[in-house]
Design a protein around this ligand. Structure first.
Ligand SMILES: Nc1ncnc2c1ncn2[C@@H]1O[C@H](COP(=O)(O)OP(=O)(O)OP(=O)(O)O)[C@@H](O)[C@H]1O
Length: 465
């Protein structure tokens, strides 16, 4: 990725001399002779470093520095200063400038400062990304599982990680395709580079192109400022294209060209950008079928599927269900501040008997939900959703919740059995009506009544409308 430097300086020769020198070292350079034009360049282009003269016509260097800090706090600024202005340069450092250079500097000295500033800028971007990942609650670790098929998958992951080839990861939704892609990245020699996932199905077709390729200013009406696409942002790392089967045919042709030439043009751009990015793709669609139907290009398929990994659905590896469940319990114990110790045997049976159409994602959600619902150290059938536990257990669960709630809130003193059964009865009826969305026949069924009349009688008794 070529990094961009903006020089804001009004001297007639120096900026051009610096620009020539930096271009020779592979940087993209923009120049501006005053603050206003400098800020305009900053608005239009993606700038990685600013070299800023302290004395300028119009806005002063310090004023420009302050507006840069406000609009783009991470871009490093190096002040260019004359001998008599060192004191002001020191004030600029206090305002957040990265460094200053005394005019008369030699170009090698400039290059060193530029390289250091760019590295610092890259590090603060990386830190921001890491913080974002952490706040997304993303902590990368994965579970291999007991099943032989998953052990084979992760053996293959370790082997393909060493190569640079494209990999196509196949499997139903929620089987862990992105997890596998991250595992390949983390075990490869690109691990210290970025990993950028892009879900081709979650993004409108017209945005997909600009998301991948980026654009120059005014490439289209809304392109107010140049923007780098994911192909550039993933430089030195991995780009993960999820649901590649949903990519429109014209984009498939453009992606193929990138894979063949390892280069591309930003939208509206005329300069070829060279890249060093590994592309991993995933699909839950049968791409061979899609090729036969003409929805997927076969040349792209063969480029992407140099290596293939297929993830089995969870129902075909029941040996993994309880292992994954208990690992998720450990994770959620930490994040929810809970201390759940086990899954009751009856609940284990239900988890094992279920067919898991949503695979590991569904299992993870089911465990999280159960842990939120349970206020004990054990997960019971009543904490599982009704498609897993059936309705009977949900009703029992509701009943126990009501009971526990009442025990916690009732005034101290002796409890009469009548009082307890009255309360449970009243709350149980309300629960059934709500669950049945006020359909009385259905609510009566949930309560195990043969006739709706029984429900009507109890509703009158407890003054329930
Ligand atoms: N081996 C694993 N270890 C730990 N967590 C896993 C594993 N596999 C999947 N998960 C969890 O299951 C959820 C779904 O995984 P992932 O997003 O990788 O699936 P996917 O196959 O890419 O799904 P989709 O096709 O819908 O994009 C995630 O929360 C992930 O953390």
């Amino acid at each position: 990725m070529s990094l961009s430097i903006l020089i804001i300086d009004d001297e007639p020769h120096l900026p051009h001399q610096i620009a020539r020198f930096l271009r020779k070292h592979g940087y993209e350079v923009y120049t501006a002779a005053d603050g206003d034009r400098g800020l305009q360049e900053l608005q239009k282009n993606t700038i990685d470093l600013i070299l800023l003269d302290l004395r300028l016509p119009g806005l002063s260097g310090l004023e420009i520095l302050m507006s840069v800090r406000k609009s783009d706090p991470e871009v490093p600024v190096v002040m260019l200063t004359a001998y008599g202005d060192v004191q002001t340069a020191v004030s600029a450092m206090k305002l957040g400038a990265f460094d200053y250079l005394l005019k008369g500097f030699d170009l090698d000295e400039l290059l060193l400062v530029v390289q250091r500033a760019l590295e610092t800028g890259a590090m603060s971007r990386e830190l921001r990304q890491l913080r974002r990942d952490r706040s997304d609650n993303y902590h990368f670790s994965y579970i291999v599982g007991h099943s032989e098929r998953m052990r084979d998958v992760f053996d293959l992951v370790a082997r393909v990680a060493r190569s640079n080839a494209s990999v196509l990861i196949m499997g139903e939704s929620g089987t862990g395709k992105e997890v596998v892609a991250r595992a390949i990245h983390e075990q490869s020699n690109r691990a210290s580079g970025p990993f950028h996932p892009l879900n081709c199905a979650a993004i409108a077709n017209n945005l997909l192109e600009s998301e991948l390729f980026g654009y120059e200013q005014y490439a289209f009406t809304d392109a107010k400022k140049q923007k780098r696409g994911l192909l550039e942002l993933a430089e030195g790392g991995t780009l993960f294209l999820d649901e590649i089967g949903e990519m429109p045919l014209d984009m498939q042709a453009k992606l193929l060209r990138v894979l063949e030439t390892r280069s591309f043009f930003r939208l509206g751009g005329s300069k070829e950008v060279k890249i060093n990015v590994r592309v991993l793709a995933a699909t839950n669609r049968d791409l061979e079928q899609a090729m036969k139907e003409g929805h997927f290009r076969s040349d792209l398929y063969f480029r992407l599927a140099v290596l293939k990994i297929t993830l089995p659905p969870l129902r075909e590896r029941p040996g993994d269900i309880l292992l994954f469940a208990s690992r998720f319990i450990e994770d959620f114990n930490k994040s929810l501040g809970r201390n759940v110790r086990r899954i009751a045997p009856e609940a284990q049976h239900l988890l094992l008997a279920y067919h898991w159409p949503g695979n590991i994602r569904e299992l993870k959600n089911v465990i999280e939900r159960a842990m939120i619902l349970s206020n004990r150290d054990e997960l019971l059938p009543m904490h599982l959703p009704h498609e897993i536990a059936g309705e009977g257990d949900q009703a029992a669960g509701a009943c126990i919740d009501i009971w526990e709630q009442w025990l916690r809130t009732r005034p101290p003193g002796p409890v009469s059995l009548d009082e307890v059964s009255e309360r449970v009865e009243q709350h149980f009826i309300r629960w059934a009506l709500e669950t049945a969305r006020h359909n009385r026949t259905r609510a009566a069924e949930l309560l195990g009544f043969a006739k709706v009349d029984q429900l009507r009688y109890l509703m009158r008794k407890h003054s329930i409308e």
